[in-house]
Design a protein around this ligand. Sequence first.
Ligand code: DC
Length: 219
Amino acid sequence: MIAIAIDGPSAAGKSTLAKRLAKELGYIYVDTGALYRAIGLHAVRQGVSPADAERVAALLPHVRLSVDYSPEGQRVLLNGEDVSQAIRSPEMGMAASAVSAHPAVRAFLLEQQRDMARHSNLVMDGRDIGTVVLPDAQYKIFLTATPEARTHRRMRDHQARGEQVDYESLLRDILKRDEQDTNRPIAPLRPAEDAVIIDSTHLTLDEVVKTIKALMGRA
Ligand code: DC
């Protein structure tokens, strides 16, 4: 099986890139952030603070996550309910970042993510795919961009869905998530030693795709 790991900070364009590569290569695309978001959503719905390690851990035996794939992409089911839309809000991004710092949550999701890579060629995006989840992935990309460029891109995503969002508050969220994701003791956001770092601040999606396909000898 071939795995392409794409890691990097929030809103660096990982999912757009991963989707496009998966489509061109005929691989499946796995958005691992969605799994953390679903756990964050479950905690919030149960009235549990996503930052409360013990109470979040106590919820995990009651969480059944499954992922299915259609031509439209990945669907995430939380205890049988399709939460693919509900997990996309900025609040759920923050909740995901908070729950993702708990060792119990990371352990809960680790095997599920590895199992997917045993059965399919895939492009998997996240924060620790190249370092922890799939250290043997054939290709590892660390995609980054300045916080300002990432904020503009995230704003465009929200606007495309007809949602009103404020630049300053999005930038604040992105900086806070960078800080939390980079400084947590377990599986912090950082490039794997053998990752290729791509700064996409001044690159188009096509240029990034071209760079990666050249790396794979598929240019
Ligand atoms: O990629 P995203 O914005 O959907 O991710 C939401 C949060 O989940 C992110 O702030 C950190 C966490 N996350 C993680 O810790 N490890 C991953 N592999 C993916 C996401």
